[in-house]
Design a protein around this ligand. Structure first.
Ligand SMILES: [Mg+2]
Ligand SMILES: [Zn+2]
Length: 270
């Protein structure tokens, strides 16, 4: 018998993983929360832009990450990208070329079509508004809108073409008190809780959190036994769940978007 949690962290890449998409209880209303980088999208926005446009800055990214706050570092690297002469059009073009798996798009659109108004979608990401809007628009996910809200770091292009990025919680604002390890710019657990407080009338009977990274552990810890975490294998979230435990919700695993699509099909059927 394969231990799914061990497999999720330690196995080699599973081209043909176990097919265990078990059915879930029926609910009247559910909320599907997506992380963006390496979850909804099959790449990481902050790294991708430099991989496409500036190998030098992709290396700088690795060198500076251990010592700088993540959003501040991304903002700094965007200033450097601008100094290298890369235009707004080049950044937007790089984003449009970023991989978004067709199975993921098909999965969410199918779930949306089959279960409107019983399923809402929320995007909760440490990327930024410009990256996400550009990619969602290019993939026809803004019309009609898939996500009820997008919660991320603010960003905008200045007239010079510089992409100006800021932390969601600015350094001069009251800082979050998260002890689970969320980065200073945002506590994803707090943001999920605040979203639920803004939408108490929706009476969500189940929350499904789809994520991959270590910073998705905090919101997953806030879920209860009726909820579900759909965790991408071989990445930080699977590792933290295995090593730190304490998760109350049901945990299921996936590697490729084609598997996530099967889970979305399960949720569409209930
Ligand atoms: Mg991620
Ligand atoms: Zn947190």
């Amino acid at each position: 018998m394969v231990n799914d949690a061990e497999l999720a962290v330690h196995s080699i890449v599973l081209e043909d993983p176990p097919l265990n998409f078990d059915s879930q209880p029926k609910v009247n209303k559910q909320l599907v929360v997506f992380d963006f980088d390496w979850t909804f999208a099959d790449q990481d926005t902050d790294r991708w832009v430099h991989e496409v446009l500036s190998p030098r800055l992709r290396i700088e990214f690795v060198k500076r990450k251990p010592t700088m706050q993540f959003t501040d570092m991304c903002a700094y690297l965007l200033q450097e990208l601008h100094k290298e002469g890369h235009s707004r059009a080049e950044v937007e073009d790089a984003l449009r070329r970023m991989p978004l798996h067709p199975a993921m798009i098909r999965g969410v659109r199918t779930l949306q079509a089959k279960s409107t108004p019983n399923t809402d979608f929320l995007l909760l990401s440490n990327s930024n508004q410009v990256y996400i809007d550009t990619i969602l628009e290019h993939n026809h996910l803004l019309d009609p809108p898939l996500f009820k809200e997008v919660i991320t770091n603010p960003a905008h292009f200045e007239p010079s073409g510089l992409l100006r990025l800021r932390r969601r919680i600015a350094p001069d604002q009251v800082q979050h008190a998260c002890k689970v390890g969320c980065s200073a710019n945002m506590c994803k657990g707090d943001e999920l809780k605040a979203f639920l407080n803004r939408h108490t009338t929706e009476s969500y009977e189940r929350i499904i959190y789809v994520g991959d990274g270590g910073n998705d552990y905090c919101p997953v810890l806030r879920l209860n036994k009726n909820d579900m975490a759909l965790v991408r294998r071989h990445r930080g979230l699977a590792k933290r769940i295995l090593e730190e435990g304490q998760v109350q919700c049901n945990v299921r695993y996936w590697s490729g978007a084609w598997e996530a699509e099967q889970w979305l099909e399960v949720l569409a059927a209930c």
